[in-house]
Design a protein. Structure first.
Length: 313
């Protein structure tokens, strides 16, 4: 009775026929008005949100698996040098790509839910006659207050977003951040987890990272310094180091990590204590340490066979 009297009052105020609770026509006219528009608004918002979330999930899943290159329009790119580099079967690169894609996808899905939900709620409130302008103004003021009150948190999230988009580092990379050096174990929007050589796990806030050095991105260089006696035969020493490089190139496993032929750079230092020659080679990321260890073994073997002694320290 209360609902029917309220509807009758509203109908009279609107200049329409009075609401008749016993008439199906009156109920139909009422439902076609505001209630139907509210239902349609909610349904449209739900459909838009589902479509957006599925699109975001589809794109991020393709990015994480690397299958986006199979799409039409990107096959020509996949045939180029850039595409070949992208499609290289590198477990570390695949892991960092997957984590970066899923982190960005999670942020985009949450943002889509928040934006679409806020718009639907405001439209529904406006439909029932609520003045939404004070709400919009209050939301703006609350956003400004939240921005001032959580500046460090916002800074961490923004820095994390840019870091992910720019691919500054990823899981498995060896980086130096301030006085912390180690391997990246996890990358999130707010913090980065770095494990150093002693096993300590460091939690670094992204907003505090002003400069980062990545030692395992793109390519690396393995360098071995060889200290010889000051009166050593340099030509014989060069030949021995060249043979050591050839020994490394002939290795069926390590040779796959080399991007160039090892070369003897020349005399790096010269003093009364001895002379130092360098041999170096460009390698794949994260493999410079294994290659350098194998190169030292090969250098020691070749110097021993050539009868050349290392300089005494």
């Amino acid at each position: 009775m209360a609902l029917s009297s309220t509807l009758s009052t509203v109908s009279a105020a609107a200049g329409t026929e009075p609401f008749d609770a016993s008439s199906l026509s009156s109920w139909g006219d009422w439902f076609v008005g505001t209630p139907l528009r509210l239902v349609l608004t909610a349904l449209v918002g739900l459909v838009v949100l589902v479509v957006l979330r599925r699109m975001i999930k589809s794109v991020t899943d393709h990015l994480a698996s690397g299958s986006l290159m199979d799409r039409r329009g990107l096959r020509n790119l996949a045939a180029t040098g850039v595409g070949t580099a992208v499609l290289q079967t590198n477990p570390l690169a695949a892991a960092r790509r997957a984590q970066r894609a899923r982190t960005i996808g999670s942020v985009l899905r949450s943002t889509a839910t928040l934006v679409v939900g806020a718009i639907v709620v405001l439209m529904m409130l406006d439909e029932v006659g609520v003045n939404i302008m004070p709400l919009v103004a209050s939301a703006g003021v609350a956003g400004v207050a939240l921005g001032f009150g959580a500046q460090s948190l916002v800074k961490d999230f923004l820095s994390g977003m840019f870091m992910l988009f720019e691919d500054q580092y990823g899981v498995g990379d060896t980086i130096t951040v301030g006085d912390v050096s180690g391997t990246v174990e996890a990358v999130a929007l707010r913090i980065t987890k770095v494990r150093d050589s002693s096993g300590t796990l460091w939690y670094v806030r992204n907003g505090e990272i002003l400069r980062v050095g990545n030692r395992t991105q793109g390519w690396a260089r393995a360098t071995v310094e060889v200290g010889l006696a000051v009166d050593a035969d340099l030509e014989q020493a060069r030949a021995a180091l060249t043979r050591a490089g050839a020994r490394l190139t002939a290795d069926p496993v390590l040779s796959t990590y080399l991007q160039e032929t090892p070369r003897v750079v020349g005399i790096e230092t010269l003093s009364a204590a001895g002379v130092t020659l360098n041999i170096e080679v460009r390698t794949n990321p994260s493999m410079q340490w294994d290659v350098a260890r194998a190169l030292r073994e090969a250098v020691r073997t070749e110097l021993s066979e050539a009868g050349l002694a290392l300089a005494a320290e």
